[in-house]
Design a binder for this molecule. Structure first.
Ligand code: GLP
Length: 258
């Protein structure tokens, strides 16, 4: 696992956006695994700002998750988030952009269909991951099976509270979500986890240096053969093995080891 610590969130975000763009430049038919949440908003802004001359028309994408019960046109759905923050700003082909259907008649059947669709597309080349304060990835909450496939999950009160800021005062945060499973995420050929800000520091320490455990589902990426963790200094504050990581100094450049 490669750990990159940037002096500030802006540079960490730019690194993630650049990785995505390089992949699409190299392979215009890349399959991207996308994530939502506040952390990803500046990533998508940076991606759009740098995307001149790069076509996304043949890119396929799979998002990690969607709230159960929200239709694609619901303003708080992740479908709407993705359109608003990314898809509407690029030359994407809507037929190639996949998210679980939150208002499917059978969420469990939808989860199975979604997993099969990822496989049929040949799997994900690069999976982007945010990090829940409780160590979740996608909506794989603590206690999730490390071998799980895409399925429905009950959201913890903590996660519902954390995400309440995206919902109106009179709206209830859904109790369930369809999320790629941990094993599904681990099948991506590359994973890149981005965490920024002091509130993520403990979850980052548990993810990078803690035991691999369902208490922190993100810790499973320690087993991934091509995982990169991109952090700002604040999110890296609780790491103990700092000397072993690549620190990008304020005026410095990341060392490219190929
Ligand atoms: N399902 C998403 C996760 O994929 C995301 O990583 C997490 C962190 O969100 P934020 O970036 O807003 O802290 O939020 C949600 O729960």
């Amino acid at each position: 696992m490669k750990v990159l610590i940037f002096p500030d969130a802006e540079r960490a975000v730019a690194r993630v956006a650049d990785t995505m763009l390089s992949l699409v430049r190299a392979n215009p038919e890349a399959v991207l695994g996308l994530a939502t949440g506040g952390t990803m908003e500046p990533v998508y802004r940076a991606l759009i700002a740098r995307a001149a001359g790069v076509s996304f028309a043949r890119v396929t994408s799979f998002n990690l998750d969607e709230y159960v019960g929200l239709a694609p046109d619901h303003p708080q759905s992740y479908h709407a988030y993705m359109r608003h923050h990314l898809f509407d700003h690029l030359d994407t082909d809507p037929a190639r952009l996949h998210l679980p259907l939150g208002n499917a008649d059978s969420p469990n059947a939808e989860a199975e269909r979604y997993d099969a669709t990822i496989a049929a597309a040949g799997g994900v080349d690069l999976q982007l991951l945010g990090l829940g304060v409780n160590g979740h990835i996608g909506f794989n909450e603590p206690g999730s099976s490390l071998g799980s496939r895409t399925r429905t999950k009950t959201l913890t009160q903590k996660t519902r509270d954390d995400n309440a800021r995206f919902f109106g005062a009179d709206e209830e945060v859904p109790h369930y979500a369809i999320t790629m499973g941990i094993a599904t995420i681990m099948e991506a050929r590359e994973v890149m986890l981005l965490a920024t800000g002091p509130h993520k520091a403990q979850a980052v320490a548990n993810t990078v240096e803690g035991p691999v455990s369902t208490f922190c589902p993100a810790s499973m990426i320690q087993f991934h053969r091509h995982a990169t963790v991109v952090l700002d200094e604040e999110a890296a504050a609780k790491l103990k093995l700092r000397d072993y990581y690549q620190i990008v100094h304020p005026d410095g450049e990341e060392v490219d080891l190929g």
